[in-house]
Design a binder for this molecule. Structure first.
Ligand SMILES: Cc1cc2nc3c(=O)[nH]c(=O)nc-3n(C[C@H](O)[C@H](O)[C@H](O)COP(=O)(O)OP(=O)(O)OC[C@H]3O[C@@H](n4cnc5c(N)ncnc54)[C@H](O)[C@@H]3O)c2cc1C
Ligand code: SF4
Length: 451
């Protein structure tokens, strides 16, 4: 007997006909396919929620979600009404896809981002090296946000859009060089990977005792765990390519001069600031920093979440992922978050990638309060005093920990000229200025290719 009965409606596409005629029967599913003209299916789905799975226009989908309908969006093709269970709503890995295809055969279109991140996914999987597949991190930054500006890119795959140029691989460099990469965040890892792939001898020095830079902090927030998958992929790739990794090895100014290298790549990233400066209100820094436990996002994510206490106030000045990752980390563990930002909306940096709504939905399932156009005026021994930028009475909140997230400082001291230097030097990633993962990887790629 079938485990599941599903009605699916979509237009009369050749690719779904074998399902409609019964020529293809998904295991364990009693599938009833109804082919309809778009306007009729959208109307029937919107008005009567008549089908379990339906093709929908973006506008109908948005209206239904706005009404609170529990729809799950399948990337680029169908919308599922309550059958996909705990599967990720937007992006799938091959193993997850196999599971969803058993439920909803049209789910193949959800593999699209995974194929953008690594077009070799089928070949690597079929040749039994799935661990070599570069993972999609479900960030939407290059593919979905790129569609809006007419140029699709990919945060983890810098050759998207230039695929033809690299159809034969990255090529081998004419001269084998000795390359030192300082810093093993995503920028340094990508530079080391590409340089080694092209035949150079690469030493990768990392000050900490682990690889990953900020990825190692981000992965601690369960909602950002895919960044950890990317880090694991880099770790495997640089090992496969024979990169010499030196952990706990902080390169000081002048160290490289004695190493007989041909090229130095400075990928030393950035570090958080905890001086209370508000990027958007520089004349009004947070007062009372010594009155309570004040930490950076890195510190908040590094230790046990319980150490932050039950009441956490987050001051977000960047409007990017960093503060969101911390908020999700705390609410997922049952803590209460008061999210304060001087921006007029929650995490504006996530808007282009359509991630604001899912992030807010996640946070609102926990214990979460949002204060936009507001700043922390003063930190007190038991909490904070908030002040709305547009005026009004100050508001007091309890806080066991205050997390300050402001634009980082770049770490680029190695980039300063050294008289003994007889090697090429390039600065990449956050070491130039604190930005994003995709930028760090793209600059790492360019540096590796330039040698
Ligand atoms: C919680 C969190 C979530 C984030 N989420 C996202 C996201 O979803 N999308 C996005 O685009 N961006 C995100 N970011 C930002 C992104 O991670 C950074 O832009 C990116 O990591 C920058 O990469 P990088 O390699 O230039 O620098 P870093 O990641 O900072 O790495 C630099 C490395 O260099 C090492 N180092 C420093 N000095 C030396 C030295 N002298 N010698 C040797 N090693 C040294 C450091 O220890 C560090 O490991 C997030 C950041 C955080 C903290
Ligand atoms: S941009 Fe992000 S979501 Fe899109 S394919 Fe690349 S990694 Fe995946």
């Amino acid at each position: 007997m079938a485990e599941l009965s599903i009605t699916l409606t979509c237009a009369d596409y050749a690719r779904v006909m074998p399902l409609a005629t019964g020529e293809v029967k998904p295991d364990g599913v009693e599938l009833n396919v109804v082919t309809l003209a778009p306007e009729e299916m959208f109307y029937r789905m919107a008005r009567f929620r008549e089908f379990d799975v339906s093709e929908l226009s973006l506008s109908t989908y948005t209206v239904l979600r706005g009404r609170g309908e529990p729809l799950v969006y399948l990337h680029g093709f169908a919308d599922v009404h309550g059958v996909a269970g705990d599967l990720q709503p937007c992006h799938l890995k091959l193993s997850e896809a196999a599971r969803l295809i058993a439920l909803v055969p049209t789910a193949f279109s959800k593999m699209l981002p995974a194929l953008i991140a690594d077009p070799d996914l089928p070949r690597k999987t079929l040749s039994r090296t799935p661990e070599r597949v570069r993972p999609c991190i479900a960030c939407n930054e290059g593919c979905i946000a790129g569609m809006a500006v007419g140029a699709i890119t990919c945060s983890v795959n810098p050759i998207v859009g230039r695929d033809g140029e690299f159809a034969g691989g990255l090529g081998i460099a004419a001269k084998r060089k000795k390359v030192l990469v300082a810093g093993a965040g995503p920028a340094g890892l990508e530079a080391a990977r590409v340089a080694a792939e092209r035949g150079h001898s690469v030493i990768l020095c990392e000050a900490e005792t682990r690889l990953g830079g900020q990825l190692a902090f981000a992965r601690r927030s369960s909602s950002y765990r895919l960044l950890g998958d990317l880090l694991d992929w880099y770790t495997r790739e640089i090992e496969r390519l024979g990169v010499e990794v030196r952990l706990g090895s902080r390169i000081a100014h002048g160290d490289a001069d004695a190493m007989g290298i041909d090229a130095l790549i400075v990928a030393t990233g950035s570090r958080p600031r905890l001086d209370g400066a508000l990027y958007n209100l520089p004349a009004l820094p947070v007062q009372g920093l010594d009155q309570a436990r004040v930490v950076s996002s890195w510190q908040a994510l590094a230790g046990p979440v319980a150490d932050l206490g039950a009441q956490v106030v987050i001051m977000d000045e960047t409007g990017q992922h960093e503060a969101v990752a911390v908020a999700m980390h705390v609410t997922a563990a049952g803590g209460h978050v008061v999210y304060v930002t001087t921006h007029s909306q929650f995490a504006p940096g996530l808007a282009g990638a359509l991630l604001v709504t899912p992030a807010l939905e996640f946070l609102m399932r926990g214990s979460f309060e949002l204060r936009t156009r507001t700043r922390i005026e003063t930190i007190t021994p038991g909490g904070v005093v908030l002040q709305a930028i547009d005026g009004g009475k100050p508001e007091q909140h309890l806080a066991d920990t205050i997390v300050l997230v402001s634009p980082n400082f770049s770490v680029n001291t190695l980039a300063t000229p050294s008289p003994a230097r007889a090697y090429q030097i390039q600065v990449i990633g956050d070491a130039i200025s604190p930005r994003f993962l995709g930028t760090a990887i793209a600059e790492g790629f360019r540096a590796g290719m330039s040698l």
